[in-house]
Structures are given as structure tokens and as C-alpha cells.
Design a binder for this molecule. Structure first.
Ligand code: ZN
Length: 227
């Protein structure tokens, strides 16, 4: 279900790799039995708990130490609760953080080095969000609608909350890079992850990032001294 296949444009479909037991749940038995759609939805989303973030694996971080997509979204949600600027709706931020990478449950975590164009990656993710909407709609149509709205809010940075969570996404990633270096030393070249600081626009998140970068600078100096 989670393998990234390098198919040509327009071949890939969200349900291509769905396991049979999930497909079986999606065959409507009767309109009064929407529970099966709910079970199918959470089984699809479950793959986020087990899929490793590809960026770390590509840089040599051991698979057992590599965080999952769900790990990343969980910590973003906590950060969104702890540190929101005064002008943003915290509840909405938490919701955006929890769903922003949900399409990866079927698409996988496609990095720029996977040989799939940015446009094709976007097409797959957009199609998946509509697919997930259709899966959960018979059980909870309000949630189905909200899921799509939150995802597009983030994707198109339509609100202040989306901007804030975009920045938290980078801050969380930078914090993870730093934690890998604390654990493994400067074994892996993670510089490109720190470079994401430049794209952060929310001053509060920028300041948090700078605090991490300052500590990382000390770690780099110290390990050069010990070399
Ligand atoms: Zn993310």
C-alpha cells in the first residue's frame, strides 16, 4: 500500500495498492452500515504510523531510529498547541498539523529525489485527499468536508493558521535533524534540512528555530574541537 511506484503521469490511482481486506470494507453492503467506511479510513491512515520519513533514510539515518510520518505530525500538533502567535486559532492549527501529510498514507513520502515530478506528486496527493473524502463521507460527511478544507488550506497557504503550521513543519524538521546529530554526532550530512530556516516567515517560529540553530552551532564547534 505504501510503495512509491514511478509510474508515468496519470497512471497512479489512490486505491491501486489497497489491501484486499480494506477493499472488502468499501463494498457497500447496505446504506445503513457506514461503520465499514470508518474502519477502512482508519486502516488506511494507520500506515502513517509505520511509514518512515524518506528524507532521513536517504541521508543514512538507521531505519529503526527514523521517525514515521505520524511521529512528525504528532509533534507538530503539540508544538502548534504550545507556541501559537496571538492572532492564530490554535484549534485549527492542531487540526491542520494532524492532517497536512495524510495523503502520504496512500501516496508515500515522495522526496525531490524519487524521480517523480512535483506536479505528479501534487496530482497524486490531491487525488488521494478526494479519495479519502469519499471513503469517510458515508460515516461522517462533516468531517469529510473539513478534511478537504484543512488540507487545501495548508497546501495553498490560504489562512494565517496554514502559514503558521507550514513554518512549524520546518521547525519540527530542523529540531529532528538536531536530535539526530545529538544522538549520532555529525555522521550524516543534514545541512540541507537546516537550510529550511530561510523559508520560515512567522517571527515566533523563526525565533524558536534560531534557538535550535544556536545550539547546533555549538555542537558543530565542539565536535570540530574533538576531531
Ligand atoms: Zn509535514
Amino acid at each position: 500500500m505504501t510503495s512509491i511506484k514511478n509510474l508515468t503521469e496519470n497512471q497512479w490511482k489512490p486505491a491501486d495498492d489497497l489491501p484486499q481486506h480494506i477493499k472488502d470494507l468499501l463494498v457497500p453492503k447496505s446504506p445503513s452500515q457506514p461503520t465499514n467506511y470508518m474502519l477502512a479510513f482508519i486502516q488506511i491512515v494507520s500506515s502513517l504510523k509505520f511509514q518512515k520519513r524518506t528524507g532521513w533514510l536517504d541521508h543514512g539515518v538507521p531505519p529503526l531510529d527514523t521517525e514515521s510520518i505520524a511521529d512528525h505530525m504528532y509533534r507538530m500538533s503539540i508544538i502548534s498547541m504550545v507556541a501559537p502567535p496571538a492572532n492564530v486559532n490554535k484549534d485549527k492549527c492542531v487540526k491542520i498539523a494532524i492532517v497536512h501529510d495524510i495523503a502520504e498514507s496512500l501516496v508515500g513520502d515522495i522526496t525531490p529525489f524519487a524521480g517523480i515530478s512535483k506536479a505528479e506528486k501534487h496530482r497524486r496527493e490531491e487525488e488521494t485527499i478526494h479519495y479519502l473524502h469519499d471513503v469517510i463521507k458515508p460515516y461522517n460527511p462533516d468531517f469529510a468536508k473539513e478534511l478537504v478544507e484543512l488540507w487545501f488550506d495548508y497546501e495553498e497557504i490560504r489562512t494565517t493558521e496554514a502559514r503558521y503550521v507550514k513554518d512549524i513543519d520546518k521547525f519540527e524538521m530542523i529540531s529532528t535533524a538536531y536530535e539526530y546529530e545529538l544522538k549520532f554526532g555529525l555522521t550524516y550530512n543534514l545541512d540541507q534540512f537546516y537550510a529550511a530556516r530561510a523559508a520560515i516567515k512567522t517571527p515566533e517560529v523563526g525565533a524558536l528555530c534560531d534557538a535550535v540553530l544556536e545550539k547546533r552551532e555549538k555542537l558543530v564547534t565542539k565536535s570540530k574541537e574533538n576531531a
